[in-house]
Design a protein around this ligand. Structure first.
Ligand code: ADP
Ligand code: MG
Length: 627
């Protein structure tokens, strides 16, 4: 509990004791009234201040305003009636403050839980200086430094292992509980915990650009992006509260006037009291707290599973998603191509592969990495100059003074070069040397082991349509989509075509609901930002994807897609439950209060009760069962 909460708690305890005391002793009515007034101010002064501030800021109709007029009204009524019955006003304030305290506490607690879940921030990095190992703030470590990570410590900065091997616990980042084995030469990302061996790491980024910093920034910012349901509440309050106030006025005035007309007792006091009770019951506290809290818990639950959602609104959009558009390479397939064959005219296989590997040596595309691997030899990058990467086409570089182009059919067409139609079912990379066709390399990519299961799971969850967009050839696309049971595909797409295609899909009327695009961030960032929800996968490290996406899956397992949809659906159903519970209870209380079955303070009690239940229900969004 923080200081503010402690102060409220002591005010609550003090006022409760005072009210009990005032009920037990007998003093003159006048003094009693002043004492009650004092207690009322002690327990409620901040509500009164907020209500007055609200009036001056133009935000008149909030719960503070309702509480204030209702309790002051009740107090004045007691003075006017000379009933000496001030318990009610004070009790109403008291319950209200108990409810507020509980809310405050619950919100803070869940915030803490979530940040604990995301406890990946390293406090220091070990660096050797003058023969001694010093603990240094990660902010002060330049790129290219050598740091040492002992077993049990977090890797503070992204880098490459230069010495040692170990297993890493990546669960805080990916939700994956199986440790990852790493050895010298492997890239590691910050936020993982080193379990077994001592590692020496050469840093490749500064702390601010490292994975940990990026993730924490995302989590912190996710809070500021509001969901539509939250907006719904503030809009709702704007209409709702004035209606409530006018209704209360009607309740207070009309029946007594009616009675007057019928020449009966007008019963002013009685109806004013009912109107005040009506006002109190109408307070939308449970809604105001529980809805944001549910979304917050949903984001936390996703984080625990290695899924970063950049804002509450994306939970809502995900839950309404009916069409999912996938990128192929790196998303549904592994993006690690195997060499299948080299077809050529005169040159030797080795030479073709060497030119290709050298020309590709600066590209970060999965194809490039695979070609490097197939080539298998050390690359002398000084032989390569003038590298031009043409996204969705291939690369053109100068190697040993020769202009080498490596790429697909489109690249050949763009360069006006005749190329043979190859009948292999793999991905074809044509190679030209100084503008002359030299041959092609056939490579093929494997589907990820869980792609098929993920698509099936999505169908089961009510996703109506799955579509694959790829820059690869039609033949490859056809094979993959048939294997994975994807409804539609489009091949030979450039990155910008993927975005326009997503746009077209957004306007199609056979794809109802919201549209999500899932990609790996390579050649598909425009599409990621164009879709209703952009989901980047395996994005640890791919900066463009983290920027462009709304949801980031930390590892590259396609099963995370049905998982995040499930989390969002659960979260939304909790929000709906809370909204309905609150509205039903309010409604019942309203009816009961009008027929005088319940008093004002029972109404407040009911409101606090609903708020507590709604908060507990909201916390459920933190937990999602495995698929
Ligand atoms: P996908 O849409 O399946 O994820 P990309 O858009 O990343 O695929 O790439 C589309 C196609 O563009 C590849 O299949 C390949 O033919 C060609 N291509 C892209 N980058 C390269 C590269 N670095 N080298 C050769 N070909 C490339
Ligand atoms: Mg891709």
């Amino acid at each position: 509990m923080d200081k503010k909460q402690k102060i409220i708690l002591s005010r609550i305890i003090f006022s409760t004791l005072m009210v009990l005391g005032l009920n037990l002793i007998s003093i003159s009515p006048k003094i009693k009234m002043y004492l009650y007034m004092a207690v009322y101010l002690i327990i409620g002064y901040d509500v009164l201040i907020k209500a007055f501030k609200g009036i001056f800021n133009g935000k008149i109709f909030d719960e503070n305003f309702l509480m204030t007029i209702a309790t002051i009204g009740a107090f004045c009524l007691s003075i006017y009636e000379n009933s000496n019955e001030y318990n009610e006003s004070v009790a109403v304030m008291l319950f209200y403050q108990i409810g507020e305290l509980f809310q405050d506490y619950a919100v803070e607690k869940s915030r803490k839980n979530i940040s604990k879940l995301m406890d990946i921030r390293p406090d220091y990095a070990n660096m050797k200086k003058d023969g001694k190992i010093l603990k240094i703030s990660p902010y002060d470590i330049p790129v290219g430094s050598e740091i040492i990570v002992n077993p049990g410590e977090k890797i503070p900065i992204d880098g490459i292992i230069t010495e040692g091997n170990s297993s890493l616990n990546t669960s805080a980042l990916t939700g994956e509980s199986i440790p990852r084995e790493v050895k010298s030469g492997d890239e590691v990302i910050s936020g993982c915990i080193n379990i077994t061996g001592i590692l020496k790491i050469r840093t490749t980024k500064v702390f601010g650009d490292s994975t940990v910093s990026k993730i924490l920034k995302l989590v912190e910012e996710s809070d500021s992006r509001k969901s539509k349901s939250e907006n719904f509440i503030s809009k709702f309050a704007k209409i709702y509260t004035p209606i409530v106030c006018i209704t209360a006025l009607i309740i207070a005035i009309t029946p007594p006037l009616f009675n007057l007309v019928l020449s009966k007792m007008p019963n002013w006091n009685d109806w004013i009291y009912r109107a005040l009770t009506f006002l109190i019951i109408s307070c939308p506290c449970a809604l105001v707290v529980s809805v944001p809290l549910s979304f917050f818990a949903g984001i936390g639950g996703a984080g625990k599973n290695g899924i970063l959602i950049k804002g509450a609104n994306f939970i809502e959009l995900l839950s309404m998603t009916k069409t999912i558009v996938f990128d192929k390479t790196g998303t549904l397939t592994k993006g690690t191509f195997e060499l299948e064959g080299i077809h050529h005219n005169q040159l030797e296989n080795e030479i073709i592969l060497e030119y290709a590997a050298l020309a590709e040596s600066f590209s970060s595309h999965p194809i490039s990495k695979s070609i490097q691997k197939a080539y298998g030899k050390e690359i002398d990058i000084s032989r390569v100059t003038n590298v031009k990467e043409m996204s969705g086409h291939g690369v053109i570089s100068i190697v040993d003074g020769i202009k080498v182009a490596v790429g697909n059919n489109q690249l050949m067409e763009q360069m006006n070069i005749d190329y043979p139609k190859c009948h292999s079912s793999g991905t074809i990379l044509h190679i030209t040397l100084d503008g002359k066709y030299a041959g092609h390399i056939v490579i093929s990519d494997l589907e990820k082991s869980t792609s098929k299961e993920a698509i099936a799971e999505l169908k089961k969850m009510g996703i109506k349509k799955t579509i694959m967009l790829t820059g690869d050839s039609k033949k490859v696309a056809e094979k993959v989509s048939k294997n994975l049971l994807i409804d539609e595909f489009q091949a030979d797409m450039l990155p910008e075509n993927k975005a326009t295609e997503v746009e077209k899909i957004l306007n199609r009327n056979d794809c109802g609901g919201k549209i999500a695009f899932v990609g790996d961030g390579i050649n598909d960032a425009p599409a990621l930002s164009r879709a209703d929800v952009g989901i980047a996968m395996g994005a640890l490290g791919a900066d463009a994807a983290i920027e462009a996406a709304d949801v980031v899956l930390m590892d590259d397992n396609p099963m995370k897609i049905p998982k995040v949809i499930k989390i969002s659906k659960k979260c939304l159903s909790i929000v709906r439950q809370n909204i309905s519970l609150a509205i039903i209870v309010k409604f019942v209380c309203l009816i009961l209060s009008l027929s005088h079955v319940i008093d004002m303070w029972i109404a407040v009690f009911a409101d606090v009760g609903v708020t507590v239940i709604a908060i507990l229900n909201a916390i459920r969004a933190l937990y999602v069962k495995d698929l």
